[in-house]
Design a protein around this ligand. Structure first.
Ligand SMILES: Nc1ncnc2c1ncn2[C@@H]1O[C@H](COP(=O)(O)OP(=O)(O)OP(=O)(O)O)[C@@H](O)[C@H]1O
Ligand SMILES: [Mg+2]
Length: 295
């Protein structure tokens, strides 16, 4: 049997200890193209909010399982651990997929649980999620139904999405209060924001009860193979001027980000004083989650 990391408190015990926070604010990190910094941002915003005293849940619905890995888990290798796929199959409850986020790999020496931070684990089998959801009644509302069952148990819930605008991402948008459009600097990326807005408008039109809107735009300076130069600067300004009131602080490019992912540690633990770490603290405050007094 694997020894559990120090500080590991199963979610069921957290609940039993009460009191519960109330009602979480729910954000979905969305962009239809891959590699826009969605997962990095979901995990590191959540980790900053948790440090500031907000009980936070990351929902990993991506078959790549990147958020789960970033939080110390390779879910498909953990025997007996429920994932979102099991919930989709109807053999587990959503609560059963929620585990404490870790700094370090599960089972490795020195790994510890991160206070206040939890993750609902994904599975590689979620590849089939779109097809399985497609034939369901209320197919756009599956995730909202699940998240509603734990909404009162957290202050903040961040849904990490795969890089598309398919049915799972529609579920994430419908489940959220607000969408954070996550973009790399660039012309193509700027146009992606318009497509996200159109998608949200369409959902509001055809489905009753969709609250979400494109509330925030986050520019993450991820490395890209395309040359950037002047176009890069111009397009960054364009994003800023088109979405002025919604811009979050930009995340600077940093080699520490892929390194922290490889170490399965959130940035604030891997690179406490780094610039990108500070960027994520600033973003977390800008989202309305400043440091709070302990409950
Ligand atoms: N600010 C940054 N500086 C340098 N590298 C970064 C930065 N942000 C993210 N990266 C790296 O860029 C890659 C893509 O980031 P990430 O996985 O967060 O994007 P994503 O939008 O979740 O991608 P996908 O659509 O595939 O899920 C990763 O290797 C990540 O480590
Ligand atoms: Mg991702």
């Amino acid at each position: 049997m694997t020894t559990l990391p120090p500080g590991y408190i199963p979610f069921s015990e957290v609940l039993a200890a009460g009191p519960l926070p109330g009602e979480a604010r729910i954000f979905a990190m969305v962009n239809q193209s891959g590699g826009a910094g969605k997962t990095t941002s979901a995990v590191n915003i959540a980790a900053s909010a948790a440090e500031y005293g907000w009980r936070t849940l990351i929902v990993d619905g991506d078959a790549q399982c990147d958020a789960s890995v970033a939080c110390g888990y390779e879910p498909d290798r953990l025997e007996g651990q429920a994932t979102l796929y099991d919930v989709l199959l109807g053999v587990a409850n959503f609560e059963d997929t929620i585990v404490p986020a870790l700094a370090g790999a599960f089972g490795a020496k020195g790994t510890v649980a991160i206070e206040n931070l939890y993750i609902a684990l994904a599975s590689e089998q979620l590849e089939d999620a779109e097809q399985m959801l497609a034939t369901r009644v209320g197919r756009e509302f599956w995730l909202r139904g699940l998240i509603d069952t734990v909404r009162g148990m957290f202050d903040l819930i961040i849904i990490d999405c795969p890089g598309n605008l398919g049915l799972y991402v529609v579920n994430a948008i419908v489940a959220s209060d607000e969408v954070i459009g996550c973009v790399k600097p660039g012309w193509k990326e700027l146009r992606a924001l318009t497509r996200i807005e159109l998608k949200i408008e369409e959902l509001q039109r055809v489905l009753a009860g969709v609250k979400a809107f494109l509330g925030k735009v986050l520019v993450v300076d991820v490395p890209t193979t395309r040359s950037q130069g002047a176009v890069y600067d111009d397009s960054r300004k364009s994003v800023a001027s088109a979405y002025t009131d919604r811009m979050l602080p930009t995340v600077r490019r940093s080699p520490r980000i892929p390194e922290s992912y490889a170490a399965q540690k959130v940035l604030r633990i891997f690179d406490r004083t780094g610039e990108a770490t500070q960027n994520y603290y600033d973003i977390t405050k800008a989202l309305g989650f400043p440091r709070r007094k302990q409950r």
